[in-house]
Design a protein around this ligand. Structure first.
Ligand code: F3S
Length: 429
């Protein structure tokens, strides 16, 4: 890999041990990726808050030491300088308001998380603490090279915005924050952004539920390839694109997709499709398969917990849930948690939506999620969600049953304790 003179000096330690450690991470990563060079980026998004599983092997909860070890791969404590490009913390382990209460964290856990947060703030990292920073003003422009973690955010900014990132890991994203560089490989290169699978959609995709199911099927079929989808008769809104991409990146490793007239780099199929691409069809049978698979762990209809807001909810989704819950109470022994970026939670507080939702007994949560931080309401055996991504991960991570449905179905489950049956699959029978 060819480095500039300035980059060689950074790697040699001219700008300190932390920058040298960051350059070592990027050089090794770039060599594995087959990069020819390191290129400048305009932003980075990472996750650098640590917990007990990190403290125990290292014998310390010192955030600087943890950042050196787990973010920069350095067994020496290195003194990290401020980040060189706009950088944000993605999702973390703790709701900044409900961590010690609803989430049930101990005072020690709350304290150590706050220490980590203060450390990151000291480096200049913005504590947005959401998997959807692009919903709260932290977003690249089309064509920007960036270094972001979080599969649902990566697929959104690559596809919908037309920015360029690979799915970074903690170390590479942290190294990019400190250096403002990333390897020139993978989805930073034009040739890797071409579609290699042509998906013909032959059924209606009328609502967010269907976009979730389409994304879930797509990821399972295309894996890590780049698909272009043709034949969708409706125009998705941003919430639908958020849910669709998250689903495709959970059942598969899709980092970029194209839809003519919708995504940033695709006016028509011919513009993005390689010759001799595989053609696959999504019809009623595939829709039915996806919905069934998303309910595969469900053995009954009684529900203990409803998880909404994966990826973190948009403001319109908070409005929808508030409308569905207005004047109602959720059932005894049932919990409904709606996750959204903390900035949108504050907006919902100011507008009164938060009060409407919480008057029902539900909670609006931020900064974290059950799958990443591994927590549930005590006694949860079966949960309902309107997110294909959450329906995919939570049963595997937390050993609970999952039911996937519409947002309205999930709110009905919260109010009655019973999830409506899988009636949606019958529409595609
Ligand atoms: Fe976000 Fe957690 Fe879902 S990180 S995308 S709410 S699994």
């Amino acid at each position: 890999m060819k480095l500039t003179e300035a980059q060689r000096a950074m790697a040699a330690g001219d700008e300190g041990a932390a920058i040298a450690a960051a350059m070592a991470v990027l050089i090794e990563y770039g060599q594995i990726m087959g990069a020819d060079s390191l290129i400048p980026i305009t932003s980075a998004a990472g996750a650098n808050i640590f917990g007990k599983r990190h403290f125990d092997p290292l014998g310390t909860d010192d955030p600087g030491r943890l950042f050196s070890e787990f973010s920069l791969n350095s067994d020496q404590a290195v003194d990290a300088p401020p980040v060189r490009v706009p950088s944000c913390q993605l999702i973390g382990p703790m709701d900044r308001i409900n961590g010690g209460t609803v989430q049930g964290l101990t005072a020690t856990q709350v304290g150590t998380t706050r220490n980590s947060q203060e450390y990151l703030e000291g480096l200049g990292v913005s504590l947005l603490s959401t998997c959807t920073p692009y919903q709260v003003g932290f977003l690249p422009e089309s064509g920007d090279h960036v270094a972001w973690m979080e599969s649902s955010a990566v697929i959104f900014i690559n596809s919908v915005i037309g920015a360029r990132t690979n799915t970074e890991g903690r170390e590479s994203a942290a190294a990019s924050m400190l250096t403002g560089l990333t390897p020139n490989a993978g989805l930073h290169l034009d040739e890797n952004r071409k579609a290699t699978v042509h998906v013909r959609v032959e059924t209606d995709i009328p609502d967010t539920f269907s976009w979730n199911a389409l994304g879930y099927w797509l990821g399972g079929v295309v894996g890590d390839r780049v698909p272009v989808l043709e034949g969708i008769r409706s125009t998705p809104d941003l919430v639908q694109l958020k849910q669709f991409g998250a689903a495709a990146a959970s059942s598969g490793d899709v980092e970029l997709y194209h839809i003519p007239g919708v995504t940033a780099e695709c006016q028509n199929v011919e513009q993005v499709l390689v010759p001799d691409a595989e053609v696959i069809v999504f019809g009623d049978a595939e829709m039915r398969q996806a919905i069934t698979k998303l309910n595969v762990t469900r053995t009954g209809d009684d529900i203990d917990f409803i998880m909404l807001g994966c990826p973190h909810a948009a403001y319109e989704q908070i409005e929808t849930v508030a409308e569905l819950l207005a004047g109602k109470r959720i059932a005894e022994n049932v919990a409904l948690w709606l996750f959204t970026p903390s900035l949108l939670r504050e907006k919902a507080r100011e507008s009164g939506l938060l009060e409407t939702i919480e008057a029902s007994g539900a909670k609006v949560m931020s900064d974290t999620c059950p799958a990443i931080a591994q927590f549930l309401p005590p006694g949860t055996r079966r949960f309902a969600t309107d997110s294909a991504k959450q329906a995919h991960y939570l049963p595997a991570i937390m050993r609970v049953e999952g039911a996937f449905g519409t947002t309205a179905d999930c709110v009905t489950a919260a109010i009655t304790g019973m999830m409506p049956s899988l009636s949606r699959t019958e529409e595609f029978a």
